[in-house]
Design a protein around this ligand. Structure first.
Ligand SMILES: [Zn+2]
Length: 372
């Protein structure tokens, strides 16, 4: 079994997969990889192998082999397998345990702001915001849209630029990668150590730059805002479909509009899209595993609050009104960034539709159909 498990991992590396899934079903075990955000079916294995594969991963990740009835999570540390750190999570199904692996490759570890590939105006907005000494910089986007990489790049940038003169701390769930010059903490909500409690305690440690993994509830929103207003530069993420959705979500959580207006510095809404393969340009070749795509690029919508937006927030205007103000103030939406990326041949309309969905971009594409 060690051989089969290491060949699965080697194959995942060959594919440059970010995740691997081992899924038992009625008659087989399906092996799938996620490559550039897209699921690829790689192989079917005999069903009877599943318990042994699971047992091997549990052994490597220090999980409880005798518990097959609960979800478990652990890590295979860097160095034990090809220099790649792996997060292992198991989940019981009626056909046996399912395994999801997240592969953290060493080469992504430098986290440079310049490497994010942001458009120049977005880069400037972000750079200005992170040079400040207080205020909140919030990121949104679905899981796997690169939010952690963006925030890690900001923290690393601050750490390098300030030569460790600013005290940078994080509260994460989970800690995805270890950052130089940053004091990282993993919260444990099941033990009562959640983001809100962690943040309140952390403020007594005199941090200057803080990452709170996610604002999920009104208590965290309130404490995070207080931190951002009292001389801390605060980074966090929120689940919302758009930049304006972040504002609506915070208002729904009960945050006072005037506090939101005075604390919020920048909202970034991001997605990762696949780039056309540079070798075959959308055809099929060895380099792109015959998909036509190779690598990904970041699409980012950045929003700072203009005076009209602040006024609308004070009146608790709804999302569609905020969205209208954002567009009329010259804000560049995800759809318009995506449109440019298709126009200059970075990606395809199909890829934009896959990631943004039809409602987000169809109107935009139809209005500009003459250009494509
Ligand atoms: Zn190709």
């Amino acid at each position: 079994m060690p051989l089969l498990v290491s060949s699965i991992l080697e194959k995942a590396q060959d594919f440059k997969a970010t995740d691997a899934y081992i899924e038992p079903s009625v008659d087989k075990v399906q092996l799938c990889f996620r490559v550039d955000g897209v699921m690829i079916h790689v192989a079917d294995l005999p069903r009877e192998l599943n318990p042994n594969i699971v047992a091997r991963f549990k052994f490597l990740a220090n999980l409880l082999s005798y518990r097959q009835d609960i979800p478990q999570e652990g890590r295979i540390k860097e160095g034990s397998l090809h220099g790649t750190e792996i997060r292992v999570s198991t989940f019981p199904t009626i056909h046996g345990e399912r395994i999801a692996l997240r592969l953290f490759r060493g080469e992504n570890r430098s986290f440079n702001l310049e490497d994010l590939g942001l458009e120049i105006e977005v880069f400037r907005l972000l750079e200005n915001a992170i040079n400040e000494r207080s205020g909140a910089i919030l990121f949104t986007g679905p899981g796997g849209s690169g939010k952690t990489t963006s925030i890690y790049s900001c923290l690393s940038h601050i750490s390098r630029a300030e030569k460790n003169r600013r005290h940078i701390v994080t509260l994460e769930d989970p800690v995805e990668q270890v950052l130089k010059g940053v004091s990282q903490t993993q919260v444990s909500p099941s033990n009562g150590f959640d983001f809100a409690l962690g943040l309140r305690s952390l403020l007594r440690q005199d941090p200057e730059v803080i990452l709170v993994g996610e604002i999920r509830d009104s208590e965290t929103a309130r404490v995070a805002t207080e931190a951002a207003l009292s001389g801390h530069l605060l980074f966090s993420t929120l689940h919302a479909g758009s930049s304006c959705g972040v504002i609506s979500r915070l208002l729904e959580m009960g945050l006072e509009p005037y506090l939101l207006n005075s604390s919020l510095r920048l909202v970034l809404n991001q997605r990762l899209l696949r780039k056309l393969c540079s070798r075959c340009n959308g055809g099929a070749c060895e380099i792109c595993n015959h998909t036509g795509y190779q690598g990904r690029f970041l699409l980012v919508e950045a929003m700072v609050l203009c005076s009209e937006m602040r006024q609308a927030i004070l009146q608790r205007a709804d999302k569609s009104i905020l969205q209208g103000i954002f567009k009329s103030s010259g804000g560049i939406t995800l759809a318009s960034h995506a449109f440019n990326a298709v126009k200059n041949g970075t990606t395809t309309k199909e890829e934009v539709l896959r990631v943004l969905g039809p409602s987000e971009c169809m109107a935009f594409f139809n209005n500009h159909s003459d250009v494509l």
